[in-house]
Design a binder for this molecule. Sequence first.
Ligand SMILES: *[C@@H]1O[C@H](CO)[C@@H](O)[C@H](O)[C@H]1NC(C)=O
Ligand SMILES: *[C@@H]1O[C@H](CO)[C@@H](O)[C@H](O)[C@H]1NC(C)=O
Ligand SMILES: *[C@@H]1O[C@H](CO)[C@@H](O)[C@H](O)[C@H]1NC(C)=O
Ligand SMILES: *[C@@H]1O[C@H](CO)[C@@H](O)[C@H](O)[C@H]1NC(C)=O
Length: 410
Amino acid sequence: MERSRRWLVQLIIVVVYLLSSSYLVLSLQCSNYYYSEKCTLRNLQINSSDLGSLKFPVHSYIELENVQVDYLSPQVVLRMKWVSNLTITNGEVSYIFLKNDLLELVATSSKTQDVIIVEAENKDLEKMDITHNLLRSIPKNIGFLKALTTLKLSSNRIETVDLGQLHGLDNLTHIDLSSNRIYYIVPTTTLELSRLESLSLNSNFLTEIDFDGWIVPRLRLLHIAGNSLTFVRNFNGKVFPSIEEYYDANNIFDCRWRTEFVSQLMEWTKFKNSYLSAECSKGVRLSSANYRELNISDIRKYSFDFDNKEELQKQIDSMIDTEQKHSQHIESLKSSLQDKTDKLELVSSKFLTQQSRIDELLVQVERLAREMANVKQMLLPVAPQTVTKGLREKLIHEVVDVIRKNLAEQ
Ligand SMILES: *[C@@H]1O[C@H](CO)[C@@H](O)[C@H](O)[C@H]1NC(C)=O
Ligand SMILES: *[C@@H]1O[C@H](CO)[C@@H](O)[C@H](O)[C@H]1NC(C)=O
Ligand SMILES: *[C@@H]1O[C@H](CO)[C@@H](O)[C@H](O)[C@H]1NC(C)=O
Ligand SMILES: *[C@@H]1O[C@H](CO)[C@@H](O)[C@H](O)[C@H]1NC(C)=O
């Protein structure tokens, strides 16, 4: 009875398990109608090390909305056999393995940290759009994506870029790296992008940019606004023969350079419709290391005008003052530290003497214990070797008595 009940319970568990896993298969159905251009799958949780019976719908365009997966791994994308366009929105997809026959990969606001691209020529992917995510650099091996036309990596956390990674991507027409934290562009001897039409580096932390070695014969749009640029090097008609729209507002260009640059640009006939402000700042600013930490309004606030001697003197005085305050503070911290160290040493030496006293006491206690043991040994009752006084007299008396009796009988 008991046994068959247990058996029944096990059977129920197995049935429930089977139902739940088949439910998983059934649940991966598009939220929109089957005839829709794309198939949206919402609120999925995928465990990349335990895929179970995960199956994606047979569809060429899948959108994963609010999906959670630590790694959209090779094993996961293998199960998306039919997918050629993949879009990921919201949710949390930390790492994405690039499926080798995708035409388009779009990921936005999905906490993506990297896209893993295999080291092999890829002639399929045309568009990569990873925006509002957590990328720290342009994905490695991007140079293998020979068919790439559009690369959008705006609103990530990219700090340095090596545009040389893109050298020779002959179909690349649009690059958007805006709203990152780019403060450094790794210099390359040549950067040829024969079909590039637009490049945006808006809203970054660049302090200078040098177009030496760039071969971009078709570039029409160049946006470098909202940086911390003090000057632009090698910007001329030879490098940019097709430029139509150039936008560099909200930088902190050096006046000594800016005025001539603007008057030069105004002579280019292609710039007829472009408005170029002559806005600039006098003087030199903080070291480039500081730019990364500060935004433009901060930088403006802290920049000095080297022509204004009085202002400069004030700045220096205030810096010296701050420096003194800091060093006073450091001194007081030092002396307080010294104080604490002394106290600690005192306490620890007291502790040491106490410790040695305790050790001494322990030795004494041990000795006492040994002595006690000796004393106890001595106090143990020993076999009587002498007869008590009264008994002896009694015995003597009795013996005398017996002798006396014997004598009388004789
Ligand atoms: C994913 O699956 C593995 C293997 O079954 C398991 O050990 C792990 O706890 C799972 N992780 C989560 C987050 O469920
Ligand atoms: C799939 O991606 C390619 C390349 O970006 C694009 O041309 C095509 O229109 C996309 N298909 C759909 C259905 O959006
Ligand atoms: C580059 O674009 C051209 C014309 O659009 C196309 O014929 C060629 O196949 C593309 N190259 C690659 C590697 O996809
Ligand atoms: C830049 O700094 C100013 C002043 O410190 C602040 O008001 C502003 O919100 C900051 N902007 C950004 C985008 O951090």
